[in-house]
Design a protein around this ligand. Structure first.
Ligand SMILES: NC(=O)c1ccc[n+]([C@@H]2O[C@H](COP(=O)([O-])OP(=O)(O)OC[C@H]3O[C@@H](n4cnc5c(N)ncnc54)[C@H](OP(=O)(O)O)[C@@H]3O)[C@@H](O)[C@H]2O)c1
Length: 248
């Protein structure tokens, strides 16, 4: 994929991996639109990266999605890439029965919203000569960390969805990428790693952004790094053969 001259929406792009990706993509002469919920984070990002466009938008809001996508396409008719990066991560303890339902928010943000945005953007993306969707999953989608069972399940499902989407769109102009990060040093966990005494902060979001751009340029459709590469290949023994059998 040509990594210059695109118009790219990055959901949750005001912080972490999404922000570093936005910075790198702007350096490569792309137009970048960032959305997120917290206005203070959007303002902070804008002060560091004024070249990007910013909108306050909660992608988990089912009622707003159609209108927001139409508005975005009207304002940026060249928008040719959707990066489904927004995500939340919670530890959820199922030994507590039904008291702890915050994991359900993850279902919407990490899985339902990317699916909804794909559905809403694909008719537009198909009209452009070169376009792409990138879903940000996780190495934890391949080998789960049981203290965050819902998070890992959403990422496993997003991987599965990306495989099917790629197959369905194979005769269109839309490439389907999946970014599969290992542990990255961001605020995703909101202090939970520190609270459980975890010393490994992982790789920097800048490195993940760099690896992602290199992968996109080489049309590497599943972009993993470090331990997530090991998790991916562990899950992939003879996968191609089995996928072909199911999808002749
Ligand atoms: N960090 C890691 O170790 C790691 C590893 C594997 C995969 N990932 C994935 O990488 C992606 C980016 O995470 P990150 O590590 O860069 O953490 P991050 O800095 O917390 O980024 C997540 C972003 O998503 C935004 N967001 C969350 N819910 C949203 C919603 N409903 N609508 C719009 N924006 C929303 C957040 O902003 P607001 O709260 O202001 O909306 C935040 O800017 C996530 O999908 C995550 O699961 C991260």
């Amino acid at each position: 994929m040509n990594i210059t001259g695109n118009t790219i929406l990055i959901t949750g792009g005001a912080t972490g991996i999404g922000f570093c990706l936005a910075e790198a993509l702007i350096k490569h002469n792309n137009t970048v639109i960032i959305c997120g919920r917290r206005q203070d984070k959007l303002d902070e990002a804008k002060s560091k990266l004024p070249e990007a466009h910013y909108i306050q938008w909660d992608v988990s809001d089912r009622t707003m999605a159609k209108e927001m996508v139409s508005k975005l396409i009207a304002q940026f008719p060249q928008l040719n890439m959707l990066i489904n990066n927004a995500g939340m991560q919670y530890e959820v303890d199922f030994t507590q029965g039904e008291n702890d339902l915050k994991g359900l928010e993850e279902l919407n943000i990490n899985l339902e919203a990317p699916m909804r945005l794909c559905a809403l953007f694909i008719p537009h993306l198909r009209t452009l000569p070169s376009s792409a969707i990138m879903n940000v999953s996780s190495g934890l989608g391949f080998v789960p960390l049981s203290i965050m069972p819902v998070y890992c399940a959403t990422k496993a499902a997003l991987h599965s969805f990306s495989l099917s989407l790629r197959h369905q769109l194979k005769n269109t102009s839309i490439k389907v990428f999946e970014m599969i990060p290992p542990i990255v040093d961001t605020e995703l966990d909101r202090g939970a790693r520190d609270a459980r005494g975890m010393k490994d902060r992982g790789i920097s979001p800048e490195l993940m952004a760099q690896v992602t751009l290199e992968g996109m340029e080489k049309d590497e459709l599943e972009i993993a790094h470090g331990f997530s590469k090991i998790s991916l290949s562990a899950a992939q023994a003879a996968f191609g053969e089995a996928f072909k059998r199911m999808n002749p």
